[in-house]
Design a protein around this ligand. Structure first.
Ligand SMILES: Cc1cc2nc3c(=O)[nH]c(=O)nc-3n(C[C@H](O)[C@H](O)[C@H](O)COP(=O)(O)OP(=O)(O)OC[C@H]3O[C@@H](n4cnc5c(N)ncnc54)[C@H](O)[C@@H]3O)c2cc1C
Length: 304
């Protein structure tokens, strides 16, 4: 069930389209495990079904000794290769770095094409997509769930044995409808906005270039998309409401990347788009992993 007129028009199409390698996540976390597995699966699917993707590679660059130490920590996780400043110059002449990590398995995909494939596959397997259908109420009735709401302007009620809550930014609301105490269980979502600025002109690099991440934030980086455009972003700041307008200043973006990409001064930037990350941790709180859980032990058999 999808409340919008089509699938994938929220977070799944407001992102960088990067096929991550998993180097930024703590080893053993679900984020790391699923990212590493998903990385090879996405390339395999893209090749088999001719979905546009490119294995561009990624450089994570340290510009001083302090950042180089942090880079060392990511290096130990073993998913990328260490590269010195000289070598970086050969790989990407416009990038300035003390040291870097090169991750060859990072790439980009066209998110809408990937979703079209997933939708077609689900349909072939018997799934039915109900668009314009918003779930407003979910109740356990002894032998399953009663799911109700509005579909194409009319009320509906259906019975379900299994309910998978994958409502993105609203998944805590759905959990709440099922009777789960989202505050107590740590399921409450915090909205973290990320905006992008597009570079006008030929991209200054061939691969993706990231700064050293701080805590759970990847930092404003240089992205490329399947159409060959380069953009800076996303930034990260918490918001109370969902709005996809780009309101941050261009200066913030320039200054963030200038230290590793000095030629950014020669480029004009224009506001591009924004996305919103549903995060389990609020500002200043530490890393929180994904939660994928069958709530049977809380009396909600069949609710995932
Ligand atoms: C700025 C930004 C950059 C990112 N960059 C990357 C990246 O480079 N690589 C990467 O792998 N990931 C990236 N991500 C993360 C990635 O986009 C998300 O992990 C992914 O899109 C989440 O998909 P989803 O299906 O969980 O959520 P969504 O795409 O949000 O889908 C949830 C759906 O549920 C529907 N829904 C909600 N409530 C209801 C209801 N009550 N009834 C019916 N339908 C409902 C919504 O309409 C929506 O379509 C980024 C995210 C952001 C915000």
């Amino acid at each position: 069930m999808e409340r919008n007129w089509r699938f994938g028009i929220e977070t799944s199409s407001h992102n960088s389209g990067v096929i991550h390698s998993g180097i930024h996540y703590p080893p053993g976390s679900l984020k790391a495990i699923l990212c590493v597995r998903g990385n090879s699966m996405i390339y395999e699917i893209c090749e088999r079904y001719r979905i546009p993707c490119r294995r561009l590679g990624k450089l994570t660059v340290a510009v001083n000794e302090e950042e180089a130490d942090e880079l060392e920590r990511l290096h130990r996780w073993g998913l990328a290769n260490g590269v010195d400043g000289e070598h970086v110059k050969k790989m990407e002449p416009n990038v300035k770095a003390e040291k870097a990590l090169y991750s060859p398995s990072t790439g980009i995909v066209e998110p809408n094409e990937l979703m079209n494939y997933l939708y077609t596959k689900a349909r072939k397997n018997g799934a039915i997509l109900l668009t314009n259908t918003e779930v407003e109420c979910l109740s356990e009735d002894g032998d399953g769930y009663e799911v109700s709401g509005i579909s194409f302007g009319e009320k509906f009620v259906i019975k379900a044995n299994v309910v998978i809550n994958c409502a993105g930014l609203y998944s805590d609301r759905i959990a709440c409808m099922a009777g789960l105490d989202v505050e107590k269980l740590g399921y409450k979502l915090h909205y973290c906005k990320g905006e992008y600025f597009r570079l006008i002109g030929k991209p200054p690099v061939k691969m993706l270039v990231y700064p050293v991440p701080r805590e759970d934030v990847l930092g404003i980086h240089l992205n490329l998309d399947m159409a060959g455009n380069a953009r800076l972003g996303p930034n990260a700041y918490y918001v109370d409401a969902i709005s996809y307008r780009v309101t941050s200043s261009e200066r913030e973006f320039r200054e963030s990347v200038e230290k590793f990409l000095p030629c950014i001064r020669e480029y004009s930037l224009i506001p591009d788009f924004a996305g919103i990350r549903p995060k389990l941790h609020g500002p200043g709180e530490g890393f929180r992993d994904f939660i994928i859980r069958h709530e049977a032990d809380r009396g909600l058999f069949g609710l995932i």
